[in-house]
Design a protein around this ligand. Structure first.
Ligand SMILES: *[C@@H]1O[C@H](CO)[C@@H](O)[C@H](O)[C@H]1NC(C)=O
Ligand SMILES: *[C@@H]1O[C@H](CO)[C@@H](O)[C@H](O)[C@H]1NC(C)=O
Ligand SMILES: *[C@@H]1O[C@H](CO)[C@@H](O)[C@H](O)[C@H]1NC(C)=O
Ligand SMILES: *[C@@H]1O[C@H](CO)[C@@H](O)[C@H](O)[C@H]1NC(C)=O
Ligand SMILES: *[C@@H]1O[C@H](CO)[C@@H](O)[C@H](O)[C@H]1NC(C)=O
Ligand SMILES: *[C@@H]1O[C@H](CO)[C@@H](O)[C@H](O)[C@H]1NC(C)=O
Length: 230
């Protein structure tokens, strides 16, 4: 195992998820995140313009699109602008979003884990005092305009670490701004990959904060429980 030679940039936040069997469950009739605040997406707002240009439907504060798979609603845009949000709660329902607007809210900071799994996110609007999640390294372009901060174009973390941080038999994949995940390679099923992945997790997580370790272990165990031997 080559984790010792892993060149970690301390600014990177890393989540290792051994993703064996993961079923995204979503029910289109219960998208709470679209009702987080009153009103609907205005047609001339940034998300509204995105929605009409991508042939989406507006539902509450969301832009929804069936996509190619047909019958399920996917959130492609989320407009929580001017919602009196003091902090960002769980937005996981919107993890398929390309664009998210959190401007004009009294938010001070956002956890890097708020956007865990948001691999499509390409345009994030924040109040200017909130930094882009994952830091400058996670975005192609960061701009400040009219009291808002614009985080544009997500960078993959897999390039940055040259995949050296994923154990053998696993592959690196983007997992949201500043995050990556290691998934078992196709021919390594169930516990095999985990066993192979007797991986010095603490060594790798060493330079990171305690909360990172805890969250990563929570994920580790969740994924492990869901992993059924095939
Ligand atoms: C949302 O609208 C409902 C009724 O229209 C009102 O009772 C409620 O106070 C509003 N909530 C906010 C946060 O404005
Ligand atoms: C959007 O339209 C509303 C009325 O339709 C208007 O009051 C508002 O100023 C417009 N906003 C922008 C950003 O153009
Ligand atoms: C998209 O899904 C909605 C229900 O979720 C359905 O009413 C609509 O016909 C679908 N549109 C397309 C183009 O499949
Ligand atoms: C924000 O919302 C308040 C009331 O909910 C409204 O009066 C105000 O015009 C909104 N501001 C913007 C910029 O949309
Ligand atoms: C956000 O800031 C508050 C204080 O302003 C602090 O208590 C909290 O821990 C911070 N949260 C994060 C995720 O940094
Ligand atoms: C990351 O890899 C992709 C393709 O694998 C490439 O297009 C992109 O330029 C790379 N980015 C950096 C910063 O090396």
């Amino acid at each position: 195992m080559k984790a010792g030679s892993c060149q970690l940039n301390p600014a990177l936040i890393i989540v290792l998820v051994f993703k064996l069997c993961f079923y995204g469950v979503s029910n289109s009739s219960e998208l709470q995140v679209c009702k987080l605040c009153n009103g609907t997406v205005l047609s001339n707002s940034t998300v509204g313009l995105f929605c009409s240009s991508s042939a989406g439907r507006i539902g509450g504060r969301c832009c929804l699109n069936n996509g190619t798979s047909g019958d399920t609603d996917r959130i492609t845009g989320l407009d929580l602008s001017n919602c009196s949000l003091a902090q960002v709660g769980n937005l996981q329902e919107a993890s398929t979003a390309t664009i998210i607007d959190l401007s004009l809210n009294p938010i001070d900071n956002i956890s890097d884990f708020s956007f865990q799994g948001f691999i499509e996110l390409d345009y994030l609007i924040l109040p200017v005092k909130v930094l882009c999640p994952g830091g400058a390294i996670s975005w192609k372009k960061i701009e400040e305009k009219k009291g808002n901060r614009f985080c544009e174009g997500q960078n993959s973390m897999c390039n940055q670490t040259r995949q050296m941080c994923c154990p053998e038999n696993s592959q690196c994949a983007p997992f949201g701004p500043g995050l990556f995940e290691c998934s078992c390679a196709d021919n390594y099923h169930g516990y095999k990959c985990l066993r192979e992945g007797e991986f010095p997790v603490l060594q790798v997580f060493g330079p990171l904060s305690a909360s990172t370790v805890v969250i990563s272990f929570v994920l580790w165990f969740t994924q492990r429980r869901m992993a059924k031997p095939l």
